[in-house]
Design a protein around this ligand. Structure first.
Ligand SMILES: [Zn+2]
Length: 278
């Protein structure tokens, strides 16, 4: 076994989950997070993301306005349920970490939020700025200068699974929130029905792009480590199940039904957490 220390809880007790062509996925026996090993170096990751990453991303079905609107609607429903004051407040400020090309921020801005985004890639920063104005900061959000206590809400969609040190980023999110502020995190669910059925062929197993794979339990653990102690965790159905787009109608209907049921028992394709700063 490797002498890998867990990026979430620093334990070195882990168990093989899947052997892949270029490494292994191992499950931390303490916190349950699944990690790719060997862990890439920061230099390897930088080279990977500088190689036209966002061009590929913007071609995928995930990157369109309809998707962003659904994403925003889901978030707003969560706020109405768990933070009703914030759901209607004026002058509220939102930071989206890893905002990509800015579709979600554009929808949030139209809904009345003062928006800021952070993003690593220059081309994505430019595209996002065209949509929401000069509110996109380029760079690693742990290194960008923003005063602590600036935001009512911080969102992080499908970012945490890419990080070498997610705890550092979650702690920074905590610091950036006002007291009573909220962090919303979404990431693929390694305990999902799809992940269980497909094993190592699950579509989200794509190292070095995805280094860490969370479940409701391990995401809660990570948020706890970062200082949050009031946390709501759930899972949701995918909006677009890309792998069944070409299936026959009847099978699609059946799969659609299963995917609607799955979130109720924690098997949904994505895991979401809403964490409160006291
Ligand atoms: Zn761990």
């Amino acid at each position: 076994m490797h002498t890998l220390n867990c990026a979430i809880c620093y334990s070195n007790a882990h168990q093989l989950l899947h052997s892949l062509n270029d490494g292994e996925l191992v499950t931390c026996q303490n916190c349950g997070v699944v990690a790719f090993t060997p862990r890439p170096t920061p230099e390897e990751l930088e080279a990977f993301y500088n190689n036209g990453y966002h061009d590929r991303f913007s071609e995928s079905a995930m990157a369109n306005m309809h998707f962003a609107q659904n994403r925003y609607q889901f978030l707003e429903n969560m706020l109405h349920r768990y933070a009703p004051k914030l759901a209607v407040q004026t002058g509220r400020k939102l930071l989206d970490v890893g905002c990509g090309t800015g579709d979600f921020l554009q929808v949030a801005q139209q809904a009345g939020w003062h928006v800021t985004g952070t993003e690593l890639a220059k081309d994505a920063v430019d595209r996002a700025s065209q949509k929401v104005g000069n509110h996109i900061l380029q760079g690693d959000m742990t290194e960008i200068y923003v005063p602590d206590g600036s935001y009512h809400l911080v969102t992080s969609y499908h970012v945490i699974e890419h990080l070498l040190d997610p705890i550092a980023q979650l702690k920074r999110c905590y610091d950036l929130l006002i007291p009573g502020g909220l962090l919303f995190v979404e990431t693929p669910n390694i305990q999902s029905l799809g992940a269980r059925l497909k094993g190592k062929n699950w579509s989200h197993i794509i190292p070095p792009e995805h280094i860490l794979y969370f479940s409701p339990v391990s995401l809660r653990h990570a948020l706890h480590r970062a200082g949050f102690d009031q946390i709501v965790v759930g899972t949701s159905a995918p909006q677009i199940v890309e792998s069944i787009v070409h299936w026959p109608w009847a099978l699609k209907k059946l799969a659609g039904f299963i995917y609607q049921i799955a979130p109720r028992v924690g098997l949904g394709a994505a895991v979401q957490a809403l964490a409160f700063k006291q």
